[in-house]
Every structure is written in structure tokens, then in C-alpha cells.
Design a protein around this ligand. Sequence first.
Ligand code: SF4
Ligand code: SF4
Length: 177
Amino acid sequence: MVTVKKVQRRNLQTQSYIPSLLKGLGFTFSKMIKNLFNQDKMPTLNYPEEKYDYSPRFKGNHVLTVKKDGALRCTACMLCATNCPADCINIVASEHTDPAVEKFPIHYEIDVLRCVYCGFCEEACPVDAIRMGPEWQTAGVNGSVFNYDIKELAHRPGLKGGAVSRVDDLERHKAGI
Ligand code: SF4
Ligand code: SF4
């Protein structure tokens, strides 16, 4: 098989970057003027004053749901941590004083900087204890604020006191879910 190489001869235009630079600046400037006088037609949003409305199915920051009495729904079964492809869920389980509750997490932490927001944890949970919420603006000044603990996952101010799961245990059992 014969390989043919295309040789590009150098000329004044390719030797100097000035014409390309001016061409690029001209293009940017023309777009800026066009957008300035047609702001309604701009395909971008003026963030943070304007925000995009994502679908209700959007998978944003995690939420640990709570029962009607305010206790975590999580039974510390580890299914979410086992299914997490990023290995970013860390749970420490403990026995509960209530004999009706087998186990509960005394420590539940998600390193959201490692999370790939795949939703496998939400899918794996058998008791609807973890959900991916609508929040997506995750800013912070250092790495530690991205380790979400129980307080952040279940009771952060953005959740307005905690995300109560749709139905209580008895209602779930009656409904067969
Ligand atoms: S969304 Fe995916 S990567 Fe993130 S914690 Fe859940 S399972 Fe792990
Ligand atoms: S969040 Fe769900 S899957 Fe994860 S440990 Fe708790 S009960 Fe199990």
C-alpha cells in the first residue's frame, strides 16, 4: 500500500499569524455586536440571573429521605455502596435500639467530587432511601465541602427541613412496594 503525504508549502499567509488573528477577532467582534442588539435570540442564558429548567427526571445532588418521624429511611444494607461504580459512598452501620429496626447508618458519606451522577445508588436502594434531587449548583472553596454527610444529605437547608419520602413504611407495605 502506497502512502501519499500532502506537503503544505509555506507562504506569507501561513508564515504570519497576524491575518488569522485579525480574522478571528473580527468574527468575535461581529458576533458580539449581533448579540448585543438581539439579546432575545441569544442561545445562552445570563447565569446566575437566568437558570435553565431541567426535566423532573434530572439526576442532581443526592438526598437521603426520611420517614414521617424524621428518622432516616436507610437500613444500611450497603447495596448503593456496592453498586456505586465510583466507589464514593462510605457507610458505617450500627444496630438500632428499636428491635423493629435491624440496622441504621451512623455514618453515611458521599464524595461528590468522585461521583459520576449515574444514579445506580438510587436504582439499587430497596427502600427508596436515596434519591437524586434537582440541585446541580455544587460550588465550594475546598475539597472537604464536597464530602456530603448525613446532615448535608438529609437535612441541608435547600431541602427545607428534610426530604420526606413519598409514603411511610406501612403505606408502602399496603401498596406492595
Ligand atoms: S450516582 Fe453513581 S457514582 Fe454517584 S454515588 Fe450514586 S452510584 Fe455512585
Ligand atoms: S441508601 Fe438504600 S441501598 Fe444504600 S445502604 Fe441505605 S437502604 Fe441500602
